[in-house]
Design a protein around this ligand. Structure first.
Ligand SMILES: [Zn+2]
Length: 278
């Protein structure tokens, strides 16, 4: 199995976002108002899986309009995102890193993808959707869509980025796998599973891809890097700390499982763009 790590820009955030170890009002204010010199730059990663059913893209990164010149542009960011989210993320997207630019460099058009999977609806994962018109299947767990449309998530997940995009919205079903024992079997043959990994958002999906008797996990934002589960340090950006901790326990067990070939997180600075083979 071949998997491409695609860096679709970066975000410059408070260190409390990946490693705050609690969710609180004070923590949220700090994440929003953190001075420039304290911030850390984290990659925004997407993954392209060379699957027997065709290429499958996981998440979409930032869109070109958010960073036209490839650097953080407060005005451009605030034209795509609400002002508070532009200030929270400080997004940048260097030339060639937008998802359609990277797919073109690999000789792929959106319509060549077997599926686009959205792990959750935070803007760093879905802003690039606008570059994927023509994709045959865009898949989002209904549980993510439901809460994002109706609750406090509205302040965090601007609907303008995704509400008009036609999507398949399957429900999770009971499963022996994953931290919440809920899964979506994308093709009905267990060749790719979306596992509910709540805490960062309610409906977030981690992705499990079997490969030759083993499996690879894409953890989405259940952890920002292995440091979260190795030090039992929850990300400060999330919705439910207890559920975040359950995800970290699950990832710790997976890392110790000889059948687990790799766990890849969406914002891990140690992951280099390029190809991995399993
Ligand atoms: Zn993210």
């Amino acid at each position: 199995m071949k998997l491409h790590i695609l860096r679709c820009g970066s975000m410059k955030v408070s260190p409390a976002v990946p490693y705050g170890n609690q969710i609180s009002l004070g923590g949220s204010l700090r994440e929003l108002l953190e001075p420039e010199q304290n911030r850390v730059e984290l990659p925004v990663l997407c993954f392209l899986i060379e699957h027997p059913r065709g290429p499958i893209l996981v998440d979409t990164g930032w869109c070109r309009e958010i960073s036209p010149a490839g650097v953080y542009d407060p005005k451009a960011a605030a034209a795509v995102l609400p002002r508070h989210l532009a200030a929270f993320y400080r997004p940048s997207l260097p030339a060639g890193e937008a998802i359609h630019e990277q797919l073109a460099a690999l000789g792929l058009r959106p319509e060549d993808l077997a599926a686009v999977l959205l792990t959750h609806l935070d803007p760093d994962h879905v802003a690039g959707l606008r570059h994927l018109r023509g994709a045959k299947r865009i898949v989002l767990p209904e549980d993510e869509y439901f809460w994002s449309c109706r609750t406090v998530y509205k302040a965090r997940q601007p609907q303008s980025l995704w509400i008009d995009t036609p999507m398949e919205r399957p429900y999770y079903r009971g499963s022996p796998l994953g931290p919440n024992h809920w899964a979506i079997d994308l093709f009905g043959d267990e060749s790719l599973l979306l596992l509910n990994a709540p805490g960062h958002t309610d409906g977030q999906a981690a992705i499990r891809i079997p490969c030759g008797g083993r499996y690879v996990l894409l953890a989405a934002d259940a952890a920002f890097s292995p440091r979260n589960w190795r030090e039992d340090l929850t990300p400060g950006f999330g919705f439910d700390e207890a559920r975040q901790r359950a995800c970290l326990r699950w990832l710790r067990e997976a890392e110790a499982d000889p059948a687990c070939a790799a766990i890849l997180c969406s914002h891990d600075p140690a992951l280099q763009p390029g190809e991995l083979r399993f």
